[in-house]
Design a protein around this ligand. Structure first.
Ligand code: TNX
Length: 645
């Protein structure tokens, strides 16, 4: 009989930080309350913290390890008696645990016959602290006396409104040929974001008439004129008109939900246009899979923040997420993780097969919806680094002569496409061919980040190429690889996007690319000085996987520090840049890396309201945190999880 393992066996983990004279210690405790003795088993864990194979362990030994997946075995013949506890002390981790979400999120038993049993795994505790992990978006209460009469995020360029009327029940956009798609897009947006609120309603249900008309405004600008009986939005494009409707929708929600604090104006004007052209958010769907519905709601949230780019991180070491007809194994093997599978459980995924991918039909729908709401979807296939899942799916792309490992920063062995293996180009070009059919964006992002310095060091093919080129190390080979990809993408009419490391080892053609600066603000400035078009997204301020504060009980990562909403808001993307450098700025972007998002409430805590803080930097020429704080509580989050719920 199989005991009720899930309830009966518990994995608890505890972190003791290093202090004077005391080394750090990561302790794993497995308790058996099944009433049966457990024997012949091993423990599997996954969660961001990594136990390296050279870690000093007391109470267990490492059987296998891959990045943050680890299989631990007790001594031979070990029996965990009913009521007993097995304690494992790990005395060396690759990096200290700074927040609870760094610890093991999933534990499971591996039995002698190779089958697995999930365990109850309790959140990692810090020794001496019983603080409960914070989850859900922090609450931003609307103050009794907000500093502005209308609720709009990001704040417009010029607000000169007056008068006050009871908030109308809903908006009734009146579109002729003009504004038809803006009105339809606004309907879809409000349905997704605020179902049941009836923000759009026809005249016979009391909808407030909103005329949509053509006029100057630029690509995304608009003006709204208020009168007691109607509002008129003037825009040059459907996106401008949609942005006008969004502004009006925000004003309406504020006035309706907080009638004492906010107004619905009866006179005056709002004039608005964005400060920056590129206002993006990156979303890593490789570390964690987000279903189509989640991605679409996320896109709707971007639009509600007047963000206009989704940088969609579709592949990484941990998975491959795009259906490619020519290589079905990419998703067949690469989209899934599980015990005994080509990609093991990672980052808290359990022993069971989990994952998913976007079919071509899904992608077409997502991209079409994004287009309707003014969001350009820039796909990213991360190459040549971060390719463990891809190489597990297509092992023929490895150099068969390569006989020694190198490790990525996340500790994946030999995870880079090899620039000296000619077959690589055929595969990558076939992938690009299929993807350019799906993504109409002018841009295609090819990754280029975090290739280890010693990548391909034991590959005879790579060493031969190095010799021919008279170069050493990985960077020049990576640059060559990227240059070939860029030439191919250019032939397809695409501009190449990449992370900042694409500038290393000789770089790529500056005329047909943009780079995302992620390490530091000065690094972005340097790229601009070198003549690259730049999107600024430094880890210290714009990485929404970093925790909101230093506190243990805040969720999130810590390698780039922490960033409160206020800090993200206050960040000046081009502080200290000269005019020439500024002319290279495309804009700003939030980066949502998913390693810590073991739980959707963690997502809501990490992403909101910082996403809106970055949106306001991208849009507004007039920033004020006090105003932002008073208004941002009205902005939607992805899962409806708020602190305390
Ligand atoms: C660095 S930023 C990475 C990602 C990680 C991220 C976590 C970048 C281009 N590479 O692979 O997910 O840090 O913050």
């Amino acid at each position: 009989m199989v005991a009720d393992w899930y309830d009966g066996v518990t994995l608890a983990t505890e972190w003791r930080p290093a202090a004077e004279g005391v080394a750090s210690r990561y302790r794993l405790m497995l308790t058996n309350d099944t009433g049966e003795a457990l024997r012949d088993f091993r423990l599997g864990i996954s969660g961001p913290a990594r136990i390296s194979d050279d870690a000093e362990l007391v109470g267990a030994k490492v059987v296998t390890q891959l990045s943050n997946f680890c299989e631990l075995a007790p001594e031979r013949g070990f029996v965990l008696a009913p009521g007993a506890r097995w304690t494992i002390d790990v005395l060396k981790l690759d990096y200290p645990i700074r927040h609870g979400t760094d610890g093991a999120a999933t534990g499971f038993l591996i039995l002698a016959d190779g089958t697995t049993r999930s365990l109850r795994t309790v959140p990692t505790r810090r020794e001496g602290s019983d603080a409960v992990r914070k989850k859900g978006t922090a609450i931003y209460e609307v103050p009794e006396h907000p500093p502005v009469p209308v609720s709009i995020v990001p704040w417009p360029q010029d607000v000169a409104v007056s008068g006050r009327r009871t908030a109308p029940a809903g908006l009734a956009p009146i579109s002729s040929a003009v504004g038809k798609s803006a009105a339809a897009a606004f309907g879809k947006l409000t349905e997704k974001l605020f179902p049941g609120e009836g923000l759009v309603r026809p005249a016979h249900e009391g909808g407030f008439p909103v005329e949509l008309s053509v006029g100057a405004g630029g690509k995304e600008g608009y003006a709204i004129e208020f009168s007691a009986e109607r509002a008129r939005i003037v825009g040059e494009t459907e996106t401008g008109l949609l942005y006008g409707l969004i502004t009006l929708g925000q004003i309406l929600r504020g006035a309706r939900l907080h009638l004492r604090q906010f107004n619905f104006p009866t006179a005056g004007r709002i004039e608005d246009r964005p400060a920056m052209a590129w206002r993006g958010s990156h979303l890593d769907v490789a570390r964690r899979y987000y279903a189509r519905d989640e991605v679409e709601r996320f896109i709707a949230i971007l639009a509600w923040n007047k963000l206009n780019v989704l940088h969609w991180h579709l592949s990484d070491d941990e998975s491959w997420r795009v259906e490619i007809d020519a290589y079905p194994q990419l998703t067949g093997k690469g989209a899934w993780r599980g015990y005994g599978m080509p990609v093991p459980p990672l980052l808290g995924s359990g022993p069971e097969r989990t994952g998913g991918y976007y079919s071509k039909a899904d992608i077409r729908d997502i991209v079409a919806f994004a287009g309707e709401v003014g969001v350009d979807v820039v796909p990213e296939i991360d190459m040549p680094g971060h390719c463990y899942a891809m190489l597990q799916a297509i092992p023929a792309l490895r150099d068969p002569g390569e006989n020694a490992p190198y490790y990525s920063i996340q500790s994946f062995p030999n995870n880079c496409l090899n620039p000296a293996v000619e077959a690589t180009y055929g595969v990558v070009e076939a992938i690009i061919d299929e993807m350019v059919e799906l993504f109409p964006s002018r841009y295609f992002h090819v990754g280029a980040d975090e290739v280890p310095e010693d990548a391909w060091h034991s590959s005879p093919a790579a060493n031969k190429l190095r010799k021919e080129l008279g170069v050493t190390g990985a960077a020049p080979l990576q640059a060559r690889f990227l240059q070939r990809l860029q030439t191919y993408l250019t032939s397809k009419g695409k501009l190449t996007g990449a992370w900042e490391e694409a500038s290393h080892g000789g770089g790529i053609d500056k005329a047909n690319c943009y780079l995302v600066g992620w390490k530091t603000q000065e690094g972005s400035q340097q790229l601009a000085a070198e003549g690259y078009d730049v999107v600024v997204a430094p880890g210290q301020a714009y990485y929404l996987d970093m925790a909101n504060t230093e506190d243990w009980h805040e969720c999130g990562a810590a390698w780039a520090g922490w960033s409160s909403p206020e800090k993200a808001y206050a960040f000046e993307p081009t502080a200290g840049w000269g005019d020439g450098e500024r002319s290279r700025l495309l804009g700003v972007q939030a980066c949502i890396w998913s390693e810590p998002m073991t739980d959707r409430a963690v997502f809501d805590r990490l992403v909101f309201p910082r996403l809106s803080a970055i949106a306001e930097t991208g849009w507004s020429s007039n920033r004020d945190f006090n105003r932002f704080k008073a208004l941002v509580g009205l902005m939607p989050n992805l899962y409806g999880r708020y602190e305390g719920f």
